[in-house]
Design a protein around this ligand. Structure first.
Ligand code: ADP
Ligand code: MG
Length: 323
């Protein structure tokens, strides 16, 4: 426990809240440290004759704490919220009400973060605006330097509220429910491909759905490349899901995303009809040249298949199965 005089002196010296987390407070969770310090320097419990210093220290402490819960960039000051998700390389923290800060844990992943910046910028510039909602928007990117001098590439993204990832749903859904996800996924991919971008990591955690509104959004563009580029990294625990050209570091094309997306969609279905299995097999040939090359043409074929299986298309309310 820090004494009154130590705490007042430390608060006077501190330039930012993390400066206080040393000595007796080293390693203490920031919110807890803040509460402890508030009690120690509270003017009502200050030693005789030290009330003015306590008042001053308490005011500075609350300013330091407010600063610790905000983030100022060249563009704006954001309110930092709680940790929303930890991905394979980054932590995502709520910013203001509708944004996310995505910050990689290691500076070694800055190149993957730059790939995400590049893809989202290209989608914004070259993608058909009618399909803009298939990816989050990039609000800004900047270099974050921590106390130890490590420089990490951070991005601020729009947050997809009401959306959930397709994790934990393998073999659990009716094909008629997967149908709308599959159709939208192909629509989103066609949009990205026409803007010249291959996503490169169509995996359950990167396809977010809005169950009631039948919305689909593709996130995590860190593994994306311009059409014909080589995907720089894989998510190792999903190695088995990847098409051979990614593992062999050969050029990735629309057919690469089509392979990944088809594998993911088929996996969701509890008991796929034979015709659906055949359709999926044709999208997952080992050789990319044998697969369909265009997501939007493939969508037209998929619609025919759905029509043959289930008749005219109509809205089917969807709720996620209990997890
Ligand atoms: N824009 C977003 N809105 C809402 N949730 C998101 C958004 N981007 C990512 N997420 C969630 O956070 C998780 C991790 O994000 P991701 O971009 O995959 O990070 P990483 O590159 O570290 O893997 C995703 O699986 C998804 O559930
Ligand atoms: Mg990810």
């Amino acid at each position: 426990m820090t004494s009154f005089e130590d705490a007042v002196a430390a608060i006077e010296r501190a330039g930012s809240f993390p400066d206080l987390l040393c000595g007796g407070l080293a390693g203490v969770e920031p919110g807890h440290a803040y509460k402890m310090l508030v009690k120690i320097v509270h003017p009502d419990v200050a030693p005789a004759g030290r009330r003015a210093s306590a008042t001053q220290a308490a005011a500075k402490l609350s300013a330091l704490w407010a600063g610790a819960r905000s983030l100022t960039t060249k563009r704006a000051t954001y309110r930092l919220g709680s940790l929303v998700a930890s991905g394979d390389l980054a932590d995502l923290t709520a910013l203001d009400d509708e944004l996310l800060l995505k910050l990689p844990r290691q500076p070694a992943d800055n190149d993957l973060m730059r790939a995400e910046v590049s893809a989202l910028t290209t989608l914004e510039r070259d993608g058909d605006p009618r399909h803009r909602a298939y990816a989050p928007r990039l609000v800004e990117s900047f270099t974050h330097e921590d106390a130890a001098g490590a420089r990490r590439t951070a991005v601020v993204l729009t947050r997809q509220s009401g959306f959930v990832p397709l994790t934990g749903l393998a073999h659990r859904l009716d094909p008629r429910d997967v149908a709308w996800m599959w159709r939208r996924l192909l629509t989103g991919l066609g949009w990205a491909h026409r803007a010249g971008i291959v996503h490169g990591a169509i995996l359950p955690e990167h396809v977010l759905i809005h169950p009631e509104e039948h919305g689909v959004v593709l996130v995590d563009w860190c593994y994306s490349v311009p059409v014909g580029g080589t995907v720089p990294a894989i998510v190792a625990r999903h190695r088995a899901a990847y098409p051979p050209e990614i593992l062999a570091r050969r050029p990735a094309t629309a057919a690469t995303d089509i392979h990944l997306a088809t594998g993911l969609m088929l996996q969701l279905v509890a008991d796929p009809p034979a015709a659906l299995r055949r359709f999926a097999a044709g999208c997952r040939f080992a050789s990319p040249r044998q697969r369909p090359q265009d997501a939007w043409s493939l969508l037209a074929e998929f619609d025919e298949l759905l029509h043959d299986l289930y008749g005219p298309r109509r809205f089917r309310p969807f709720a996620l199965p209990a997890r």
